[in-house]
Design a protein around this ligand. Structure first.
Ligand code: ADP
Length: 627
């Protein structure tokens, strides 16, 4: 039998709680029983106490009737006290469950998005939408709260059911009528809650955009431009525009919801009118006593949770809706499983097609080759790289030059297996890069990306980054800093290597762009110290001052020593010392050779080089000179 998705998700959320803490799950079950039983028990015992009042008044409190009243009051007070304790106990249990489940779910989320070796999935709007759903961002509800909220809601529903049962003890049809009325209205109201959740989910992208603008308003990295360009109002307007666009369908649903709630309300009101009218009639005609009246009148209200739809139902549906997103992300981003063994009895015997990823340790020893490599970004209109052939012998350096948008950075991401070529292949010592274990290959690389990360950590951590889980090696740190031209800079910091490089933390400081760039270079060179064999520098001197750039040029051989290196730069002073220079134009290598060789050829490299050199050697043209 097919179980509806809603029930499967509910069951999955309960399993999650059970899996993370049996104690909490059992505690929550006890509370469910308390939620189901205590409200009716309290009302019944209070009604019983009320029923003894006339006798106690007539015979005195020390009479048998008076004693019965005392006992009934004591029981009612006990039930009432337990009822009052439910809330605080549930709060404590919910907080403990939230803490545990948040940790469990966040770990699963981080593992899921970190599973692919590449980064393409992090640029996929569908994945990003799912990611924000799975985090509960879109609905503003924590998926970690789902199991406890579910159990509390279920406890309330059971409590309502028990109250219907008690009412049926008075008139069998009354409890049934109220239950039937709630069951009739519950379905459409529940469907509306789910459809409202659906409209939120459909608004994932506009909501992400609106949050982006909200972030622009308060995040420090945007603060300068927001003020200098006077963007405050525009940011606010954009936020409101995207938010309104995202929420409009949901508001429309609320409108429909209100209409149906009003319709459903009339039916339920009629059922309660019937209940209250019957009680009044019976009381008026003395066919019920005080005890029944005092019990059944509030019991009418106690039936409400059996079917009422409140904000908690919407919150619960939102929390639950995040769980399949997490499952979906895990399934979609998991690495492909190795093929099943050919002989199920012998798990060692892999199917003929099963090729375990080759070990990348120590590669490349001979050469990295690009053979007819093509690449097009997902959804792109044209190839960024096409038919690209290039050989990079191990232990040599290659500089890649080309105009903006030529595809240089894209090439680096392909080499680092952050993206996969859409045509051709890259080989390392003859192994197809696609057959190498991606994580092991990435450990052979040390890359300074153009947009390298500035971690709000100490200088030592920024360079060593707990690489391979090893503690920072002071010797390797100083050698890397020395080679990167960052030694003096670190010495000048208030706490040397232990200085936190972020002004957002007490005692922290910030570095200039060029200083950060040197530290990023030191990070890559530290990785080389720790065994990386391919050094990739994407615009390593873009933010350096003239002296630092000259020093980089002087140290180029020392920096790239013992590695296979690729340097991308617009600055010809940076690239000319490389063993070979490749010109990348419109996705292809159009020139390849040494600096002198390419200058002599008089091609694009020579033209670009001379254009840049002329800026420094030719006559200066100033605005005043032109007048
Ligand atoms: P270069 O480093 O030579 O300046 P890039 O490799 O960064 O050039 O970019 C090459 C082309 O790919 C550009 O036209 C750019 O617009 C496009 N591009 C770069 N990154 C992406 C991306 N993440 N998604 C889609 N297109 C991209």
């Amino acid at each position: 039998m097919r179980v509806p998705a809603g029930y499967r998700t509910r069951w999955a959320s309960l399993r999650l709680l059970w899996g993370s803490s049996r104690g909490l799950a059992l505690g929550a079950m006890v509370m469910l029983v308390a939620d189901a039983a205590l409200p009716s028990l309290t009302l019944v015992s209070m009604g019983r106490a009320a029923g003894h009042i006339p006798g106690a008044v007539a015979d005195g409190v020390s009479s048998a009737a008076g004693h019965a009243l005392w006992w009934a009051l004591a029981l009612a007070a006990g039930c009432f006290t337990l009822s009052m304790l439910r809330g605080p106990v549930e709060d404590v249990l919910s907080a403990a469950a939230r803490a545990r489940l948040t940790a469990v779910l966040q770990e699963r989320l981080v593992r899921a998005v970190s599973a692919p070796p590449g980064i393409a999935h992090l640029e996929d709007p569908a994945v990003l939408d799912r990611l924000s759903f799975a985090q509960g961002e879109v609905m503003g509800q924590q998926p970690a709260d789902a199991p406890m909220t579910l159990l509390q809601t279920a406890g309330g529903r059971l409590g309502g059911l028990v109250a219907c049962g008690v009412l049926s003890g008075y008139h069998w049809w009354l409890g049934l009528t109220l239950l039937a009325a709630w069951l009739v209205v519950r379905r459409p109201l529940g469907a509306l809650v789910r459809s409202r959740v659906g409209t939120f989910r459909a608004a994932g992208e506009p909501l992400r955009r609106s949050w982006y603008f909200l972030g622009v308003a308060w995040r420090p990295q945007f603060a300068k431009e927001v003020r200098v360009f006077g963007l405050g109002e525009w940011v606010l307007d954009s936020y409101q525009r995207w938010y309104t666009e995202a929420m409009r369908p949901s508001w429309r649903t609320v409108g429909r919801l209100n209409l149906r709630v009003a319709g459903a309300g009339l039916l339920v009101l009629a059922a309660y009118g019937l209940g209250a009218g019957t009680l009044s009639w019976d009381a008026y005609h003395h066919t019920v006593g005080l005890r029944t009246l005092a019990t059944m009148l509030p019991m009418l209200l106690a039936t409400m949770p059996v079917g009422s739809v409140t904000a908690t139902d919407f919150a619960l549906e939102s929390m639950l809706s995040a769980l399949p997103d997490l499952d979906g992300l895990e399934a979609a981003l998991a690495p492909p499983a190795l093929p099943a063994p050919a002989d199920p009895a012998d798990p060692e015997a892999l199917a003929p097609a099963a090729v375990a990823p080759a070990d990348a340790a120590g590669l490349p020893r001979a050469a990295i080759r690009l053979e007819g490599v093509g690449f097009r970004y997902p959804g792109g209109q044209q190839d960024v790289l096409h038919g690209l052939d290039l050989e990079l012998p191990a232990g040599t350096s290659l500089a890649v030059v080309g105009v903006n948008g030529a595809g240089k950075t894209t090439l680096v991401t392909l080499l680092a297996r952050l993206r996969e070529p859409t045509a051709g292949r890259i080989t390392v010592d003859g192994h197809d890069l696609a057959d190498l274990d991606p994580a092991a290959w990435q450990r052979q690389l040390a890359v300074v990306f153009q947009d390298f990360t500035r971690y709000p950590l100490t200088a030592a951590e920024n360079v060593s980054l707990a690489l391979r889980h090893d503690p920072p090696d002071p010797g390797a740190l100083s050698r890397a800093a020395e080679r990167a031209g960052a030694a003096e800079l670190v010495e000048g910091l208030a706490n040397g290597w232990q200085t936190v490089l972020s002004p957002h933390y007490t005692g922290g400081t910030d570095l200039s762009g060029g200083q950060w760039q040197r530290l990023a270079l030191a990070r890559a060179l530290y990785a080389v110290e720790r065994g990386a064999r391919v050094l990739v520098l994407d615009e390593p001197t873009a933010q350096l001052d003239v002296r630092a750039e000259a020093a980089f040029y002087d140290r180029f051989l020392q920096i790239t020593e013992g590695t296979t290196s690729i340097v991308i730069s617009h600055r010809f002073s940076t690239v000319r010392k490389a063993d070979r220079i490749a010109v990348l134009d419109a996705g292809r290598i159009t020139e390849l050779g040494g600096h002198d060789e390419l200058l002599a050829t008089g091609g694009q490299y020579a033209e670009l080089f001379r254009t840049q050199a002329a800026r420094f050697t030719g006559p200066a043209s100033t605005r005043r000179g032109r007048q």
